[in-house]
Design a protein around this ligand. Sequence first.
Ligand SMILES: Cc1cc2nc3c(=O)[nH]c(=O)nc-3n(C[C@H](O)[C@H](O)[C@H](O)COP(=O)(O)O)c2cc1C
Length: 210
Amino acid sequence: MSTTKTQSNLYTIMEERKSVRVYDPAFKIPQVELEAIIQEATSAPSSSNLQPWRFLVIQDEAVKTELRAIANNQEQVETSSAIIAVLGNAEMYQQVEQIYTQNVAEGHMGEAQKDLMITNTLRTYPAAPLEVRKNIATFDAGLISMQLMLIAKEKGYDTVTMGGFDKEKFAQRFELPEHIFPVVLIAIGKAAAPAYGSSRLPLKDIARFI
Ligand SMILES: Cc1cc2nc3c(=O)[nH]c(=O)nc-3n(C[C@H](O)[C@H](O)[C@H](O)COP(=O)(O)O)c2cc1C
C-alpha cells in the first residue's frame, strides 16, 4: 500500500475543512440534507459499538438567538443555517440489546457472540464511574463530530465546532435528561467569508517513534 499522499477526495476535503465563522444568514440547509449528514456520520466507530451520541438540531431562528446568549455571544450561532448540538449518552449500555440484536439480524455475528457482548457490556459499563462513562461518550462524540464535519464539507457546506458555551445552561434550557450531556455545538451553513486558516505543530513536536 502506498504511503504517499494522493489527490483523493478525502485529502482534499480534510485540507479544505476549516472553521468558518461567517455565514450567509439567508441560506437554509434542507432538513433532508441535515438528516443525511448525521446518518452518514454514524459510520463512526464507538466503544463496544454502543453509539453514545445524540443530536439536537436547532434551526429555529428564535431558539438560535437564545442559544447565542449562552454560547459566548458567538455570531455564527445565529447566522449559520443550523446548530447541531452533539450530546453524549452516559447510559449508553441501555441500548446494548437493541444494537446487538440488530447486529445478528444484519448477519454481522451469531447469537452466541451477541449474548457474550451483552453480558460483558452489562457487567462493565453500569459499574463504571459516571466520569469514566462520560469520557467514553465524549471521545465517541468527538469521532462522529469529525466525520460529520467532513461529510458536510463534501456536500459543500462549512462548519465550526464550538466548545465555548455554558453546558449547564444548555442542559437546563433544552431539558436534557440526567444521563444526556452536551459535548460540542457544530454550526453548519454556507460560508459568507473564508476561514482565517490555522497552523499546525510540526510532526517532531507531536510524535515519538521508538
Ligand atoms: C472542541 C473544540 C472546541 C472549539 N470551540 C470553539 C469555539 O467555541 N469557538 C470558535 O470560534 N471555534 C472553536 N473551535 C474551533 C478551533 O478554534 C479550530 O478548530 C482551530 O483553531 C483550528 O482551526 P481549523 O478548524 O480552521 O482548522 C473549537 C474546536 C474544537 C475541536
